[in-house]
Design a protein around this ligand. Structure first.
Ligand SMILES: NC(=O)c1ccc[n+]([C@@H]2O[C@H](COP(=O)([O-])OP(=O)(O)OC[C@H]3O[C@@H](n4cnc5c(N)ncnc54)[C@H](OP(=O)(O)O)[C@@H]3O)[C@@H](O)[C@H]2O)c1
Length: 443
């Protein structure tokens, strides 16, 4: 049938095609739209890598591109540890069950690690590092991000950092530096890859190494993307400096560094954060977004298309041979990035200043936590106190349970969970000299 039509078209002209008058008018438009959709869809990864038995920590795996990445890796047999805001969330439980079913992989787990809290990150990292023997780790894939819509008031994390800077940059800095010991002890034959999601908005970044918290500058509520872009550029500077530090680290077995940190720009995608950003977080904006859906469908990538460069950076063997700190976009290494990405001095300064800021904020938060604990203890009635102290009485809250367990642990000589080296400042607050030495070793 098609051959018949083609031969007739060749002999008698295109007019013999049924509905030719419509094809003539609309054909070029449809072809143009198809070409635009194809172009905006980006490049597809062509590399394969066996993921069976590999272990990846993923941030932002519950939504958008991160969810797709979890799906792709789990389908290939990898073990996934997703860092989520709360493991108590019923939605997360359902989500993991569904993901296990759809990928036919039961090794998808969730660990609590709220990126809006430096303390929560430390709790997770300490738990991870406390494992003996050290846990296998083939990569940390950082997809979580926060983008604040235009016109919204400044929002902050638990420690008071502007939310975009806090989650996109400070949280991932904290997580990866705390996980440093785990990254450094992976056997030399393992190819460990750390990937950080970046964005073209880093072109709008304004870096001031002395004002990383953006406190000396007015919060630009009409241009919140400035902070978003800044958080992504800071992440890039961190990747370069941290990679250098890992390369310089002398392993006990004298093996060369087997960790590579790269930055991935997935391109613009139709994900919840894009929807929130384009709809400006308002109902009218959302209605407009829905009305314009055909346009977004044409020009924005799907999660499947967006994740291609991530899969490429995880699979292509070349990356373990290259020094890290590359920006990867459309399954290619991009060489033209911001000039700050080549400024080693700036990268060092930003790294040191970030470390200092995090240490200070953690210390302040620990002091505040202790004060709150004392205040709530003071508010307790004698009856409540008695109930809490009596280990034979059923606890009513998770905190009470933890308290009683710790009491029992100390009675039989096991160290209490609150005695874990979660944060040197916690113990420094009570017994400076002695406990500082003890906890400093593990951290
Ligand atoms: N979308 C784009 O067009 C685009 C373009 C360039 C780059 N990127 C980058 O690509 C990455 C993925 O983007 P996306 O659009 O797919 O993101 P998304 O759908 O908005 O998902 C963001 C993820 O981050 C998690 N997250 C946010 N705050 C958190 C917190 N406090 N603790 C733990 N997790 C938290 C969210 O968890 P919940 O599910 O709990 O909210 C969610 O899983 C981001 O790094 C983004 O910057 C995106």
């Amino acid at each position: 049938m098609p051959i018949d039509i083609i031969s007739r078209v060749l002999y008698d002209g295109p007019e013999v095609i049924p509905g030719w008058e419509y094809v003539k008018v609309y054909g070029p438009v449809v072809a143009g739209l198809g070409a635009l959709k194809y172009y905006c869809g980006g490049t597809t990864n062509t590399w394969e890598r066996d993921m069976h038995g590999k272990v990846f920590i993923v941030t932002g795996g519950t939504s958008g591109m991160g969810a797709r990445l979890v799906y792709e890796l789990a389908t290939k047999g990898a073990q996934i540890i997703m860092l989520v805001r709360s493991t108590e969330d019923a939605w997360v439980v359902d989500y993991i069950e569904e993901m296990r079913e759809s990928t036919n992989n039961g090794m998808i787990y969730a660990e609590e690690c709220d990126l809006a809290s430096l303390h929560s990150i430390r709790l997770f990292a300490t738990k991870w590092l406390d494992n003996q023997p050290p846990r296998r780790l083939d990569g940390v894939l950082c997809c979580a991000a926060e983008s604040i819509p235009i016109g919204k008031a400044k929002q902050v994390t638990k420690e008071g950092i502007e939310r975009q800077l806090g989650i996109n940059y400070f949280a991932h800095f904290h997580l990866l530096t705390l996980l440093g010991p785990s990254l450094r002890v992976q056997p030399p034959d393992r190819d460990v890859r750390v990937l950080l999601a970046t964005c073209a908005s880093l072109a709008l970044a304004e870096i001031d190494a002395t004002d990383l918290l953006w406190e000396n500058r007015r919060y630009p509520s009409k241009q919140p993307w400035k902070l978003y872009g800044t958080s992504k550029l800071l992440l890039g500077l961190f990747a370069r400096e941290y990679q250098r530090q890992l390369m310089e680290y002398e392993r006990k077995d004298k093996a060369v560094c087997n960790v590579r940190i790269n930055l991935i720009n997935p391109g613009l995608m139709r994900t919840p954060s894009t929807r929130r950003f384009l709809s400006m977080g308002s109902v009218w904006g959302l209605i407009l977004y829905v009305l314009m859906w055909p346009f977004w469908f044409l020009v924005l990538k799907s999660g499947v298309q967006g994740v291609q460069s991530f899969i490429f950076a995880l699979s292509a063997p070349i990356f373990i041979k290259l020094t890290g700190g590359n920006v990867i976009q459309e399954c290619k290494i991009v060489t033209k990035v911001r000039k700050e990405m080549d400024d080693e001095e700036l990268q060092k300064a930003v790294f040191q200043n970030t470390e200092t800021i995090i240490a200070t904020l953690e210390k302040q938060a620990a002091i505040q936590r202790k004060r709150n604990e004392k205040a709530s203890e003071a508010k307790m009635s004698t009856k409540e106190k008695e109930r809490r102290e009596d280990v034979l009485v059923k606890p009513e809250t998770p905190e009470e349970l933890e308290y009683k367990l710790n009491k029992l642990r100390s009675q039989i000589g096991i160290s209490t969970s609150s005695g874990m080296p979660l944060f040197p400042g916690d113990s420094v607050l009570s017994q400076p000299a002695k406990s500082k030495k003890k906890t400093g070793k593990k951290n």
